[in-house]
Design a protein around this ligand. Structure first.
Ligand code: PLP
Length: 382
């Protein structure tokens, strides 16, 4: 039997273990330590944000952004139906009613023309996802919200760190952006995330929420002589042990980016010429966008065939996966829906999409084997 080709394989890429050891022996293992400061500065500068707070997850960063919106009863948040649960859940927990928008065929990200039809006086935020690390149509999205001054854009940038849209970094467009360092993402710390803040006016309150509702930061800066409970908040901070792990990854940022680009380009080259003959399509990357190479997906012509191909590949010890199941019809979303929406592209894409194994160290011969088994499976299930 050939070796199994796993969907994802988290890897040590540099000095992660040395940094972890240093974090532990240095004695500051809680949040807001020296490694957290280092990774936060690196991310803030890379994106050009005003501030960056390291969090326990992307979900926690989204929850912080929901708190910072100061949602009132009846407020609505527009979220794509084709995303991870917590893109929506973070806002529902803070009392928002959810309005699910559909995705566009090209990038599988929020469809700005659908968003436009859903905007009204109740909407407070739109939360686009840069699916697979390719920017959504940000110009059209901002054009749609331009006439609604109470609507903020919050980027769920779990896939898109170091990607760009018209040469501007993803994560720099929204009032806030959330990042993920979960082991399935491009840069990892096991679990982890960050909140990027793009407006100076949000910085002080963000730190109060981050410091469990206290003005501890003002105290540390010498602005007040003791600190106390001021506001809402939670324990959002990333342990410095995990920040040290992440720093080891970010030191290898260029190498990791190149490795992932190589995997993506290899798949693209090997598959592009077969799409017509075998009835599938590869990802589209519009020319004004630098992708972050989060994954490689293919879209088959029909759902029944996708499921057969998945099974056939697994029988050959190769592990592709499907992706998000639609949120607009999910049982967990029901209590939070402002009203029902139709998301036909989401329904269709969700049933036809297949993600091929994708990680930093997938070798050329492994990619060739995945391609070979995938194409054979397609030929056998016309
Ligand atoms: C992974 C992911 C999340 C959640 O990230 P965590 O760090 O696990 O909380 C949110 N949104 C999207 C689009 C994701 O891919």
């Amino acid at each position: 039997m050939p070796d199994e080709i796993r969907f994802n394989r988290p890897a040590i890429e540099g000095d992660e273990l040395e940094h972890v050891q240093r974090a532990v022996s240095g004695g500051h293992t809680a949040a807001a330590g020296p490694y957290s400061a280092r990774v936060a500065d690196c991310l803030r500068d890379a994106v050009g944000a005003v501030d960056c707070l390291m969090t326990t997850s992307c979900t926690a960063a989204l929850e912080m952004s929901a708190l910072l919106l100061d949602l009132q009863p009846g407020d609505r948040v527009i979220v794509p139906s084709f995303t991870f649960v917590t893109t929506a859940l973070a806002f529902a927990r803070e009392g928002a009613s959810l309005v699910f928008c559909d995705i566009e065929e090209e990038t599988l990200a929020a469809d700005p023309s659908h968003v436009q039809t859903l905007l009204d006086d109740h909407v407070r935020a739109v939360v686009p996802v840069h699916y697979a690390g390719v920017a959504c149509q940000l110009d059209a999205l901002f054009e749609a919200v331009r006439h609604h001054p109470n609507v903020d854009v919050i980027e769920d940038n779990a896939h898109g760190l170091f990607g760009t849209y018209r040469d501007q970094p993803l994560g720099s467009f929204g009032r806030f952006a959330a990042l993920s360092f979960h082991e399935t993402k491009n840069f990892i710390s096991g679990e982890g995330g960050a909140l990027l803040i793009n407006r100076e006016a949000d910085v002080d309150r963000a730190h109060v929420l981050y410091d469990k509702g206290t003005n501890r930061r003002a105290f540390m800066l010498g602005d007040v002589d003791k600190y106390s409970w001021q506001d809402l908040g939670s324990s959002f901070g990333m342990s410095d042990v995990l920040a040290a792990y992440l720093w080891g990854q970010l030191e290898q940022r260029a190498a990791i980016f190149d490795k992932r680009r190589r995997v993506f380009d290899h798949y693209m080259t090997a598959l592009q010429s077969e799409t017509q003959r075998l009835g599938f399509r590869t990802p589209e990357v519009p020319p004004d966008r630098q992708p972050a190479y989060h994954m490689f997906y293919v879209l088959l012509d029909r759902a029944s065939r996708r499921d057969l191909v998945l099974r056939a590949m697994r029988e050959q010890r190769i592990n592709p996966t499907f992706h998000y199941t639609p949120l607009h019809s999910a049982p967990g979303a029901k209590p939070f829906l402002a009203y029902d929406t139709h998301c036909p592209v989401t329904d269709s894409v969700s049933s036809r999409l297949l993600r091929l194994p994708f990680h930093n160290n997938l070798s050329s011969s492994e990619i060739d084997r995945v391609v070979d088994v995938f194409l054979t499976a397609l030929e056998n299930h016309q």
